[in-house]
Design a protein around this ligand. Structure first.
Ligand code: SF4
Length: 347
């Protein structure tokens, strides 16, 4: 395995993508980008990262920002607990490390929301610690390279691979880790054919030699997603629209949403439901249905726009011209937000 190090690092230094968080080895920059890149494509992350850094350029700014504003900056990236954990970690760094990012893998791992992969990435890139950073890309490259059918969903496999990579860590562990990740991201790709023809490791790749690439890596089958039905109401009263805050625990905790119920209602049932809730509806329109896919579940949403005669205190009634700027509405409700804008555009 040791013979992969030189050609891989050389390839990386000559071919790496020009990404703004790679401009320096600042641990804060690496941290924010790595958390954003979990579950989100590089292209999509670029604009979020830029906006985030402009407003929260350092750990202190992140520790002090209002949660509401932080969630707004995170809006669209999903998995909002990541943003909350980042702030907890920033506060911990301010209190326990005098605002200086901890410099060892062991210490970094104690920060909220930072797992082994992210700790490995920060420790190796920013502080040159010889520690692996194993993400899905690294798993895929390594299992194919060694033609290994070990199940990567098993903790034991991760531990073994950690040890194997640890043994071959070069003097510049940050470059080596990034090179492995980059190879997995742009050459040894997950779906479809990997680009073995231009892979710097193709002459030592056992999976390629044995013709097993398409079967590797081996992992547990994904859990089936549960399907949930919702009816969502865009309630309008003059220039106001109703939103409410979700529970402070569970999915999309503490974020705003349009009023909804966990049930599919046809137009008559929707009207009946609103009446029971105490509204006098003088116009109801059915919008296009929408769908939002989470990691483990799918929301099918039936949408209605309803004009009601007065506001109530069950919801927060906000000026619909400012809703998008001031409130963090998760992307689960982006189709409804679009419907709202369509409906009010001539008003
Ligand atoms: S030769 Fe192909 S399968 Fe092997 S590591 Fe390179 S891209 Fe992946």
């Amino acid at each position: 395995m040791k013979n992969i190090v030189v050609p891989l690092c050389k390839w990386y230094l000559e071919n790496k993508r020009d990404l703004m968080w790679r401009n320096d080895n600042n641990p804060y920059h690496i941290w924010v980008s790595e958390i954003m890149l979990q579950q989100t494509r590089v292209e999509a992350v670029k604009s979020y990262y830029e906006r985030f850094m402009k407003e929260l350029p350092d750990i202190e700014a992140l520790a002090n920002v209002e949660m509401e504003r932080l969630l707004k900056l995170w809006e669209g990236l999903g998995y909002y607990s990541r943003a909350r954990n980042m702030q907890k970690a920033a506060i911990k760094i301010m209190n326990e490390y005098n605002g200086k990012f901890p410099s060892t893998y062991k210490e970094i791992l104690t920060l909220p929301g930072i797992g082994e992969y992210t700790a490995g990435a920060i420790a190796s890139i920013a502080f040159h610690e010889k520690v692996p950073a194993i993400d899905g890309n690294v798993f895929r490259v390594m299992m194919r390279l060694t033609n290994s059918d070990r199940n990567i969903s098993k903790l034991a496999t991760k531990k073994e691979l950690f040890q194997e990579l640890f043994m071959i860590m070069p003097e510049d562990p940050g470059t080596f880790n990034q090179a492995l990740m980059e190879l997995g991201a742009i050459i040894c790709v997950p779906n479809g054919e990997p680009n073995c023809d231009i892979c710097p490791l193709s002459n030592m790749c056992k999976g390629k030699k044995e013709g097993t690439i398409s079967k590797l890596p081996v992992k547990d089958r994904k859990r089936e997603k549960t399907i949930e039905e919702y009816t969502v109401f865009i309630l309008l009263n003059y220039n106001k629209v109703a939103i409410r805050k979700r529970n402070n625990k569970g999915l999309l905790a503490s974020l705003y949403e349009f009023p909804n119920i966990n049930k599919k209602l046809n137009k008559e049932e929707a009207l009946e439901y609103l009446k029971m809730e105490g509204y006098t509806v003088f116009r109801i329109l059915e919008g296009n249905p929408s769908k939002h896919i989470f990691t483990h579940k799918v929301w099918n949403m039936t949408n209605y726009i309803a004009y009601v005669d007065e506001i109530d205190d069950k919801n927060i009634w906000v000026d619909f011209k400012t809703i998008g700027e001031l409130y963090a509405l998760p992307s689960a409700f982006s189709a409804e937000l679009k419907m709202l804008y369509e409906e009010i555009k001539n008003k």
